[in-house]
Design a protein around this ligand. Structure first.
Ligand code: URA
Length: 232
């Protein structure tokens, strides 16, 4: 939410009402701004204004950032007709202006960040900013030295012009590696493994930039980012 903000939008967001209902109530003189009744829907609210609606003060919670350990079976979207979304796991007020900073596929687990700060999420997801995202990858075929070298140097993905940017790849087991990439192409890790004749069996994101998934979060749990993590 950006300030100044229209009164009807402010109320609809904070009272979690459709805009039409917020307007009907504003018309019935249910909104006070700094102690005065306001009936103009487009009245401009500043961040420091005190807004009381139907007898209750509405407080904008500001920019918020949640780290979620995404389980399998949830899509990284605000709504979906078929599947549960990551927002179904977040029990917090006023989430309608949130988005996912860096989506994961439905069958991928691990670190997802949800925020209402678009500038911040752009900084962490834009490939220009070179933020590495780190994944634990379990594969169907054994991981060869040649495939590790190819992943590090860059591989040709189907339907892409350029090779992938240099990645960090570390073998963890015969069928497991840690892969860090600084791009976010559609299904990138799965396509990179396909490019080296392998297949992803399980995929888990453990880190975005310097923000690590909190190991105390079980699948489906979330917490606020700390001030330190937001700065990272
Ligand atoms: N790469 C993928 O293929 N899937 C994800 O969910 C994330 C990265």
């Amino acid at each position: 939410m950006k300030f100044p903000c229209r009164l009807d939008k402010f109320i609809s967001h904070l009272a979690e009402l459709p805009r039409s209902k917020a307007r009907a109530s504003i018309k019935r003189q249910a909104a006070l701004v700094n102690g005065e009744v306001v009936t103009a829907f487009d009245f401009q609210i500043k961040q420091q204004d005190e807004v009381v609606f139907q007898g209750e003060q509405l407080v904008f919670l500001g920019k918020r950032y949640f780290m979620l350990n995404k389980p399998v079976g949830y899509v990284s979207a605000n709504s979906d007709e078929l599947h549960k979304t990551v927002f179904d796991l977040i029990d917090e007020p006023n989430m309608s202006d949130f988005h996912v900073a860096g989506r994961l596929d439905i069958d991928t687990t691990g670190l997802v960040i949800l925020t209402n700060d678009g500038d911040w999420s752009h900084k962490i997801t834009s490939p220009k900013n070179n933020k590495f995202k780190t994944y634990l990858v379990e594969t169907q075929e054994p991981i060869t030295d040649e495939s590790l070298d190819a992943l590090r140097e860059g591989v040709q993905l189907h339907n892409e012009k350029a090779l992938t940017r240099p990645a960090k790849a570390e073998r963890l087991a015969n069928y497991g590696l840690r892969l860090s990439i600084c791009e976010g192409k559609y299904h990138q890790v799965k396509r990179m493994l396909a490019a080296v004749d392998n297949k992803v069996v399980e995929l888990h994101r453990e880190q975005i930039g310097n923000i690590k998934l909190d190991e105390n979060l079980a699948a489906g749990e979330y917490r606020l980012l700390t001030a330190e993590e937001i700065k990272l």
